[in-house]
Design a protein around this ligand. Structure first.
Ligand code: WAQ
Ligand code: MG
Length: 254
């Protein structure tokens, strides 16, 4: 699902369709056929009741999977102690340089995450040089085709309930991060919600799992996004294909 609204009249030259639209909300999943009607209703409700405003357009695409999904484990979840965006930045630098990502690449990531031009997808940044590699710099790469079986979703809900964070936002972000972290050419991810009322972000990697960062932005700020740090020589086409097309079912390890 993606919901958007037209931007107000701008004097600057508008060169592409993407620039004319403000992204409001997006969501994706893998579901049983018998659940389609319910999910369409949920996604529609979500896009019509979003903190970023009313959409002018909601697009829901439903496709039959042609490929058998890969099964991948969900990452571990931890919440860091963090009281301000300033503190968040130093935590992120400490953790990400610790797994070999350069200051240059992390600075580039923060530039993207703080920009008021919010992307619908993620930016791909090389871990050493900090060069951006996503084919469409306005849209970014949208990770899709991921889901969870009902029994695993229940187990995940129980795990998150015990931590006091059993919310759809956390579940969806954890599932997304787990698919992303499993890509061998992705070293780590950092995410800040573009929702003005959601101030907890996260970083994730195979090494340290899913680390939640409270107060990564101030309330009512509308910037946000996702950046994936790639191994320097990675094949971009393969990564984009995995992220966009490879069906993945996440499971909760016992
Ligand atoms: N693929 C790639 N990028 C995405 C996707 C996707 N499927 N979904 C969202 N993004 C990018 C896009 O640039 C959005 O503007 C940005 O991420 C933020 O998306 O444990 O709600 O859906 O409490 O607003 C983190 C939860 C919530 C932390 C993140 O992101 C926690 C969130 P949002
Ligand atoms: Mg959002």
């Amino acid at each position: 699902m993606r919901a958007s609204k037209r931007a107000g009249f701008r004097r600057s030259t508008v060169t592409s369709q993407h620039q004319e639209e403000i992204h409001i909300s997006g969501a994706e999943g893998i579901y049983e056929e018998s659940d389609i009607a319910k999910i369409v209703k949920e996604y529609t409700f979500r896009s019509l009741n979003h903190s970023k405003g009313k959409p002018d357009k909601i697009v829901i695409t439903i496709e039959r999977l042609a490929q058998k999904p890969k099964r991948l484990p969900l990452l571990s979840v931890n919440t860091l102690n963090c009281n301000s965006p300033y503190e968040a930045k130093s935590i992120v630098f400490h953790e990400l340089t610790g797994i070999g990502i350069s200051n240059k690449a992390i600075n580039e990531a923060f530039k993207i995450l703080k920009s008021d031009k919010v992307m619908r997808g993620a930016s791909l940044v090389l871990s050493e040089s900090g060069i951006r590699k996503e084919p469409d710099k306005q849209r970014g790469v949208r990770v899709s085709r991921l889901g969870i079986d009902k029994s695993d979703k229940k187990r995940l809900s129980a795990r998150l309930s015990a931590l006091g964070i059993n919310m759809t936002t956390v579940k969806e972000a954890l599932m997304l991060a787990s698919k992303i972290a499993a890509c061998p050419d992705i070293v780590a991810e950092i995410c800040i919600s573009d929702d003005p009322d959601y101030t907890t972000g996260y970083m994730a990697s195979k090494q340290f799992g899913y680390l939640r960062i409270p107060n990564i932005k101030n309330n009512s700020e509308v910037h946000g996004g996702r950046v994936f740090f790639l191994k320097e020589g990675a094949n971009i086409e393969n990564i984009v294909n995995y992220l966009e097309k490879q069906p993945v079912i996440l499971y909760q390890e016992t």
